[in-house]
Design a protein around this ligand. Structure first.
Ligand code: IVH
Length: 677
């Protein structure tokens, strides 16, 4: 390739990267996307394609480099050249006035002071260094003078540009901000943890700090962390006149700022901002615990200076905590879709952070043990990220009688069926009656009919409950046995509504295998796993003869999910359900995706070992899968090709022992193009 060609590829790459950066900014910072998800994916794919062809042109600020491969070994200490301080707190407007009085005095009573007010985000503070506009270091606060290098994890935060916008950027700039998790992501992440049998995070802040300490950046990336920048640390070659001036410049550099930052001309305005956000805080998609009030003029800030722990020019006005104490009156057991029995505390109603609370989740029976809570205890509750609050700790015991001990039920409270106690790897107790238990059946029907599953419009929660209660639906198959006369007998059902429902039930037969597998509601199997399974085993029959080892060979499937899938399909009721549904004409095969490339590797199994030079492992696997092949992690006699890169490992030895075809990277690329190896 000559220089002209290189230059033209480079130009193309820069343009693509700029477009992606801009799209990230619009989406993650401004929440106002300019292009569709599909257009975005196409841009990214185009970039990946060019970078695969020209690996030497991949730069560290490319959007493809957010998630570095491999694991972080440790987080080396980073000394902060400017200490990361904390803030003094004010718990009332009176305390704010006292603070203002103090600084006015120190400043010789100027006529007017301007303040910038910002929401105090409840997350984890971080320091970011941009060198010549490139994000080069991300670290934690630590003890304020020394933190830890978490650059690889910080780079996964999509709202943070890896490169500052514009050409006028400081030689070196250190900015500071708050990394946090949105409430919805907190819930998603906790749900995943619960499904995987892990204990949930107590609040979004803990979830954030736990995520930042993970050694695998690809896991951090999935946690969907965000960040707002709120100040600068070291900035030798760049002067700002005021805090507002810094914020304006930061905005132009594309740094993520909280959209509610505000310049105020006096303390009255500050107080009304505080009042406003105290009542609106629930509407925000992230947690805030107060308002930070900062003197705007940097010369005044300098004059005021700092104490050992905190600057004198800023203060945190704290909102009242969303905590309260109350009494546990009873514990009720809820039965979930997959049969999990969840204990829920019934509370003496109490006001907490602007809402009256009468229930708190206890998650599982381990949690009850950990808290040591009995009925009649006085407990501290907290609302954090969740709509349903949780019990933080027992404040005062009892009076406790023997029956106040919260016991694991021996029978399902809904159907009386037997329950399974905690096994080694699960902290849950399940009702074993599956869809024979009305509580599980109701939820199973709702899930089965939901939009990402079979998408049966008109069959939501209340109808599902009614159908189960009236015994019109006693298993999932009965949905397809519903008759118009039966529906017309239900309250509020007229002819049109009944026909429409039957029509959408009929339509649902064509949703395809992967949505059906998801719709079955197998424990631990979400949409993505269902898709993987259906792609790998494109006809439902295959599911009845799966074995755990075979499943575990698939990248995204671990032992817990493998067991759940095999157990599920070994039930006679499931076999009966599937054969009935097939007889109704339901499509239980997966259609092949139209990828535009030939399926020339159909049915072939590949194993990779060692390091590839021209593409990443992921890209290689994608090449195989796009062409209808399968890539698995371990070698077996069914493997068709073992691709050996640099320094191949034990899989290579095993392949030789089994006399399997071993090919190098070049031969692999030839095969994917449809040539002979
Ligand atoms: S300014 C000198 N602004 O609150 C300290 N802090 O208790 C400068 N925080 O450690 C901090 N939102 O983690 C500032 N808009 C904001 C903030 C904020 C959250 C956190 C930050 C800091 C703690 C101070």
């Amino acid at each position: 390739m000559d220089n002209r060609e290189i230059d033209s590829v480079k130009k193309k790459l820069e343009k693509l990267k700029d477009q992606i950066r801009r799209a990230d900014y619009r989406y993650y910072v401004l929440s106002d996307p300019e292009i569709s998800d599909r257009e975005y994916d196409l841009l990214l794919r185009k970039l990946e394609k060019i970078e695969t062809r020209y690996p030497e042109l991949v730069t560290e600020t490319s959007p493809t480099q957010r998630v570095s491969g491999g694991l972080t070994k440790d987080f080396p200490p980073i000394k902060h050249n400017v200490a990361m301080l904390s803030l003094d707190k004010a718990f009332s407007f009176e305390e704010l006035r006292v603070w203002q009085g103090r600084i006015l005095k120190l400043l010789g009573r100027p006529e007017k002071i301007e303040y910038v007010v910002e929401l105090k985000i409840d997350g984890v503070s971080c320091s970011l260094v941009y060198e010549r506009g490139v994000l080069s270091l991300g670290s934690t606060r630590g003890d304020g003078s020394t933190g830890e290098d978490i650059t690889a994890n910080i780079k996964t935060i999509r709202s943070l540009s890896l490169k500052l916008f514009g050409s006028e950027v400081p030689e070196r700039l250190e900015v500071r901000g708050e990394v946090f998790m949105e409430k919805k992501d907190f819930q998603v992440n906790n749900k995943k943890r619960l499904e995987a049998g892990e204990s949930p995070f107590a609040n979004p802040r803990n979830a954030t700090s736990g995520s930042l300490k993970l050694l695998d950046p690809s896991m951090v990336s999935r946690r969907n962390l965000r960040c707002f920048i709120y100040s600068f640390g070291e900035s030798k070659d760049w002067k700002f006149s005021s805090h507002k001036d810094f914020l304006d410049k930061a905005e132009r550099w594309g740094l993520p700022l909280n959209p509610h930052n505000k310049l105020c001309s006096g303390l009255e305005e500050v107080a009304s901002y505080c009042r406003r956000w105290q009542s609106l805080r629930e509407k925000l998609s992230y947690e805030v615990d107060g308002v930070v009030v900062k003197v705007n003029d940097l010369a005044l800030q300098h004059k005021l200076g700092q104490t050992l722990k905190s600057p004198r020019w800023a203060i945190a006005y704290k909102f009242p905590a969303k905590r309260a104490t109350t009494v546990v009156k009873d514990v009720k057991i809820q039965v979930g879709r997959t049969g999990i029995l969840t204990p829920v505390a019934v509370l003496e109603p109490v006001e907490c952070g602007g809402a009256v609370i009468s229930r708190a989740t206890l998650h599982n029976f381990d949690e009850i043990e950990r808290l040591g809570v009995y009925s009649n205890d006085t407990v501290l509750i907290e609302r954090a990220g969740d709509v349903i609050p949780k019990i933080v700790k027992v404040m005062r015991a009892g009076p406790r009688k023997a029956e106040d001990k919260i016991k694991i039920p021996l029978k399902c409270p809904v159907c009386g069926g037997s329950v399974r106690g905690e096994s080694e790897d699960e902290v849950y107790v399940y009702c074993l009656n599956n869809t024979g238990c009305p509580a599980q059946l109701k939820r199973a029907v709702v899930h089965f009919c939901s939009r990402p599953a079979m998408d049966i419009e008109g069959l939501g929660k209340s109808l599902a409950e009614e159908l189960v209660e009236k015994k019109l639906v006693t298993n999932l198959g009965d949905i397809y046995r519903l008759k118009k006369e039966e529906l017309l007998n239900l309250p509020l059902f007229a002819d049109k509504k009944a026909s429409n429902l039957l029509k959408s039930i009929e339509l649902s037969k064509k949703r395809g295998l992967s949505r059906f597998v998801y719709a079955l509601g197998i424990k631990h199997v979400g949409e993505k796993a269902a898709r993987t399974l259906a792609e790998r085993f494109p006809a439902i029959e295959a599911f009845f003869s799966l074995d755990r080892d075979e499943l575990e060979e698939i990248d995204e499937i671990g032992p817990v999910m493998a067991r759940a899938v095999v157990d599920f399909f070994s039930q006679k009721t499931v076999k009966d359900l599937v054969s009935f549904l097939k007889s109704t004409g339901m499509v239980l095969e997966e259609e092949k995706k139209e990828t535009g490339v030939a399926a020339n590797l159909k049915g072939k199994t590949f194993v990779f070992t060692g390091e590839l030079l021209s593409l990443t492992r992921r890209q290689a696997k994608d090449l195989v899968e796009e062409r209808g092949g399968v890539s698995v992690n371990s070698v077996s006699k069914n493997t068709d090709f073992v691709v050996a890169g640099e320094k191949p490992g034990s899989k290579y030895q095993k392949a030789r022992k089994l006399n399997l075809p071993i090919i190098d990277e070049k031969a692999f690329l030839r095969i994917t193009r449809g040539d002979n190896p």
